[in-house]
Ligand binder design. Structure first.
Ligand SMILES: Cc1cc2nc3c(=O)[nH]c(=O)nc-3n(C[C@H](O)[C@H](O)[C@H](O)COP(=O)(O)O)c2cc1C
Length: 359
């Protein structure tokens, strides 16, 4: 029995966001001194050469990262590195501080292994995040920065929002993600329309002197045709990859009473659809466009499935909440065993094994 399996029932008695805040405070305390950070590292890190992934001219020591939303304000990046994650994506960061939606806005769907959130881009804003990255330093693992717009912005202002956050935070980033797929923000216009996407990417391209890799994050609910349109735009602007997927508005086959809450569904209920999106994208691009796979990853088997479907890296949020601090270690250790079993010499070797014609 792990410590977390004893703590979890207590934590799950608290409202979900209170438990999350408490968890983050604990991580922040743990990362603040060298001995506690070292203790986390020695308990939770797992290294193996087969896990390394070279992508975006960066070495990821393992393919398991923390998805956007967990550490919106870059408060616990060092603790997450110490817990053995291969990378962390902070954000979504907006230009100014924003409260988000009223509480409660985060719900556990215990019977389904999922969560519903309607946080609504709550965050401290880019200046606070920038000064924290300066004072704390960036983590030893690759850092993704997920950028977003203010809830109140119109279509024209939104483009300026992305530009400003990109300008401020891309110097710290190993990659940047443009998040146009949040289902919980009150948009007055279509964030995913080709014209809007083109304006965003054109603007960021002009701003990107340092050639920081730029990815776009997509949702799981779009039909294939609009995904293909997006991929065509991604190629048109020579962007570096896709993060698939964000949360879902679907409520199919759920048991928990909390399914009535509005917001984005994450975790096990979206796992299959998210993997299907990854496979479809990998197939459409002949495996040539890097994909970061996210949605329902909580085990080595679920990470492996996304890798075989075409993901070069995977991320998780909900799985971390359910499985606790040893999540990355367990997944990575399991991945090494599965790779050996299936005759792959490395994670990179297995990427897209289910889709790409290797003949
Ligand atoms: C509470 C919560 C907040 C989130 N906030 C963000 C966010 O700010 N930006 C973003 O791109 N994705 C956000 N996400 C989506 C996750 O990054 C991820 O795409 C989604 O939850 C699916 O992964 P999972 O099943 O491992 O949770 C959030 C998810 C949750 C549960």
């Amino acid at each position: 029995m792990t410590l977390y399996s004893r703590v979890r029932p207590l934590a799950f008695k608290l409202p979900a966001e209170t438990a999350h805040d408490l968890g983050k405070r604990t991580l922040r305390a743990a990362q603040s001194t060298w001995p506690t950070r070292a203790a986390l590292s020695s308990a939770y890190q797992y290294e193996h050469p087969a896990l390394a992934v070279d992508l975006f001219e960066t070495r990821f020591s393992n393919p398991v990262g923390v998805a956007a939303g967990f550490d919106k304000n870059a408060e616990v990046t060092h603790a997450l590195a110490a817990l053995g994650f291969g990378f962390v994506e902070i954000g979504t960061v907006t230009p100014y501080p924003q409260d988000g939606n009223d509480r409660p806005r985060l719900f556990r769907l215990l019977e389904d292994g999922g969560m519903i959130n309607r946080m609504g881009f709550n965050g401290q804003g880019m200046e606070r995040v920038k000064s924290r990255l300066e004072s704390d330093g960036t983590p030893e693992i690759p850092l993704g920065v997920n950028v977003g717009k203010m809830n109140s912005s119109n279509e024209r202002e939104a483009i300026e929002d992305y530009r400003r956050v990109f300008d401020r935070l891309s110097p710290f980033a190993d990659y940047v993600v443009v998040n146009v797929s949040c289902p919980n923000t009150p948009d007055e216009f279509d964030e995913g329309s080709p014209e809007h996407l083109r304006s965003i990417f054109e603007t960021l391209e002009a701003e990107n002197d340092r050639e920081v890799p730029i990815l776009v994050k997509i949702g799981p609910d779009s039909p294939d045709e609009s995904m293909f349109d997006l991929v065509d735009i991604v190629r048109e602007f020579d962007l570096d990859g896709i993060v698939a997927t964000n949360t879902s508005t679907s409520r199919r086959d759920l048991e928990s009473p909390q399914q009535e809450e509005w917001g984005g569904l994450s975790g096990k209920p979206i796992e299959e659809r998210s993997t299907e999106v990854i496979r479809t994208l990998a197939d459409y691009t002949d495996g040539e466009l890097p994909i970061i796979g996210v949605g329902g990853v909580d085990s080595a088997a679920s990470a492996y499935e996304k890798i075989r479907a075409g993901a070069s890296l995977v991320q998780l949020y909900t799985g971390f909440v359910y499985e606790g601090p040893s999540t990355a270690k367990r997944i990575n250790r399991g991945l090494v065993k599965i790779l050996e079993r299936d005759g792959f010499s490395s994670v990179e070797d297995a990427v897209g094994a289910d889709v790409v014609d290797r003949s």
